[in-house]
Structures are given as structure tokens and as C-alpha cells.
Design a protein around this ligand. Sequence first.
Ligand SMILES: NC(=O)c1ccc[n+]([C@@H]2O[C@H](COP(=O)([O-])OP(=O)(O)OC[C@H]3O[C@@H](n4cnc5c(N)ncnc54)[C@H](O)[C@@H]3O)[C@@H](O)[C@H]2O)c1
Ligand SMILES: O=C(O)C(=O)C[C@@H](O)[C@H](O)[C@H](O)COP(=O)(O)O
Ligand SMILES: [Zn+2]
Length: 376
Amino acid sequence: MSDTALAAPRSTVHVALEGRGYDVEIGPGLIAGAGRLLVPLGARRVGVVTDENVARLHLDPLMASLEAGGLAASSTVVPAGEASKSFAVLEEVSNALLASKVERGDLVLALGGGVVGDLAGFAAAILRRGVRLVQMPTTLLAQVDSSVGGKTGINTRHGKNLIGAFHQPSLVLADADALSTLPLRDFRAGYAEVAKYGLINDAAFFRWLEDNWQEVFEGGPARTKAIAASCANKAGVVARDEFETGERALLNLGHTFGHALEAAVGYDDKRLVHGEGVAIGMALAFRFSAELGLVGADQADRVAAHLKAVGLPTRIQDVPGDLGDARRLLDLMGQDKKVKAGKLTFILARGVGQSFIANDVAPENVLSFLTSELSS
Ligand SMILES: NC(=O)c1ccc[n+]([C@@H]2O[C@H](COP(=O)([O-])OP(=O)(O)OC[C@H]3O[C@@H](n4cnc5c(N)ncnc54)[C@H](O)[C@@H]3O)[C@@H](O)[C@H]2O)c1
Ligand SMILES: O=C(O)C(=O)C[C@@H](O)[C@H](O)[C@H](O)COP(=O)(O)O
Ligand SMILES: [Zn+2]
């Protein structure tokens, strides 16, 4: 890694958590520069966790850089895909980290997308009751969302992310170059979470995305701007409400519907990946808001039109294969972590950039909405 590459334009977003604040570095060359960038963390050993696709493309330069930086590095490679967020793979990863003698003062490094980040992050949270974590996100989704904020976990047959922990990383290194090998479908899926920030609380950002999404897809300054803006938005929310006692639930826009769809397909990435579930979920959240008279149908149409323009799905019928009926989807939503005293919470909207937390949403309203969506 040359000094010139490390000095290339970089954005830094700080996550301001009292005594546990950390930086999110966004820019080129960070995988190859990792060895030097980790020195300030003062670890001896790094347990890298990655998946088979990322290992093939990006593991060698990382391992070389860690070794050149004087760090003893070991790596564990898990199968690619959502199914790896499981008890079985967590057990494998935990045992591999223990076998390579990763100590409490050492680091677990998640190199990959949100699946690896959530899985390795959870392993770090429970390994020896807590080992520091470095996130090196290699998908758009992981760079704009999952690597920041400390949510980690695995799925169960009862639902998404139902076993997990809050475990903040000590550093996030988002290598812009890594996205050049990402398949278009996964880039699009990550874009859903980018658009989410605009829909939650930043109408100007959403308007900018409507005008500039092609440039974001092409790469260059617009992409870096979208990633940095997304991280800054999330960092602000997390700093104000780390443990989701209030405002942080807004980051779940589209997820109550989306997580139910992911569970309904049995976490089968061929049928649906997380970002696609979120895209459908956000379109549903806006249509449901319109049906409840909270927002004009034109706003719901605008949201769906943008998601469609970038190639994302917006309807339940866009998911291939059988998902069961409205009752089944409603039952799956009953396991959502936002449920309070058995009552459903949804993130609804009064407009683009005006999302809000709606507690105690009547299940019969959700059921009739889903029934009409499934038959439209
Ligand atoms: N913790 C959080 O706050 C948070 C936020 C959002 C999503 N998530 C979770 O993130 C997961 C989805 O993450 P994802 O969309 O990154 O999926 P993913 O991790 O499965 O990655 C998508 C695909 O891209 C491949 N890949 C990754 N980086 C690549 C690269 N640079 N080049 C080529 N291929 C590459 C992977 O092998 C995989 O096949 C879900 O489990 C979701 O629940 C968590
Ligand atoms: O960081 C958050 O908070 C989010 O909600 C971000 C979401 O994009 C992400 O998918 C998260 O994992 C969902 O959280 P969960 O608590 O509903 O599992
Ligand atoms: Zn998400």
C-alpha cells in the first residue's frame, strides 16, 4: 500500500458515543492499508471473518497488509448468504476464533457484507464475553448501514435478528474499491437502505437521489457522497439513541414488512435479499400510510416509482414463489422486536422525509391491507 493511495480522498464520519466513539473511514485503498490503520488499536492478533465470495476477491491483500503491519492474523471463511446468520455457523466461527487464540485485547475483523458483519459482530460480542470488533464492509448495504451502529446477530426460524447483541465496532473501514466487484443485484439491494435515510428524515437527500442515482450506481464522487451522507445520518441517530428506546426505531422503516418477507422465504437469497425486502417494505409502509389517510397516494407512488426506477421490487408479488397468505405474514410480524405488550409498532410516514413511529397499529388494519396487496 503506497502512501499516495492512503492519502487519496477519504471521508470520515464520527459516531459520537460517550467513551466508545469511533470513526467510519470511507475511501479507496483501505483493505490494502488496513495493517497500518489498525496499529492505533494496539492489538497483537486479528481474527478475520469473511465469506467465500469476499475471500476469493479481497482476503489476500487484507492478510498481507495485516502481516506487514506486524499483526498475527488468522481467517475463517463462511458460506456466502443469509443462511450463514445461524446458530450453526456462529458456533463454527466462535470455535475458529478460540482455536486461533484471539484474546480479549485482540480484534475480530468482519470483512464482508451485512451477513458477515452481523455474524462476526455477534461472535465478537460473546467471545470471552466481549472482544473488540473492526468492521470492513464490502457491500453498499454494509457500508451505509450494517457496519455502523453496533447491531449484531443471527436469524432463527422465528424471525430475523432475534438473537443478538449491541456491540459497537472500534473502527469501520469502508473501502470504496471493494464495491467494484459487487454484483449489481447486491448494489441495488444496498441502495434501498440509502434511499431509506431520505424517506425517514431527509427529503432533500431523497430528491438528490432521484436526480443523481445513476451517478451513484456508476461510482465516483456521487457514490462517495451518498455513502458518507448515509453514514452521517445513521451516526446521528445512533449517537442519540444507541439502544433503540425511541428515535432509532425509525431506521426500521420498511423492516416490519421486509423481515416478515425474508422469514417467509426461509432466508433464501435466491428469492429475496434483505435490501429487496426493505424496498418492498418501504413501498408498503408508504401505501399503508396512504390507506390510513396519513399521506397522499401521490407520495406513495413517488416512493415506489423511484425504487422501481433503480430496479428494486416494490410489491409482495415481486417475490418469486409462494409466501403464504396475509395471516401468515401478520403472524411473522408478531415476532418483530418493536412489538410492545403484544402490540405492533410500524414506521409510517406523513411524507417523504417525514417518517414516524406508530405504536399500537391495529392488526385488523394490517391484515386487510396485506390481503388487498396480495390480491392486487
Ligand atoms: N446490523 C445492522 O445494523 C444491519 C443493517 C442492515 C442490514 N443488516 C443485515 O445485513 C444483511 C444483508 O447484508 P448484505 O446485503 O451486505 O448481504 P451479504 O452480506 O449477504 O452480501 C451480499 C452478497 O455479496 C457478496 N459480496 C460481499 N462483498 C462483495 C464484494 N465486494 N464483491 C463481490 N461480492 C461481494 C456476498 O458474498 C454475498 O453473496 C442482512 O442479514 C441484514 O439483516 C444489518
Ligand atoms: O441500525 C438499526 O437500528 C437498523 O434498524 C438498521 C436496519 O437497516 C437493519 O436491517 C437492522 O438490522 C434491523 O434491526 P432489527 O432490530 O429490526 O433486527
Ligand atoms: Zn436493514
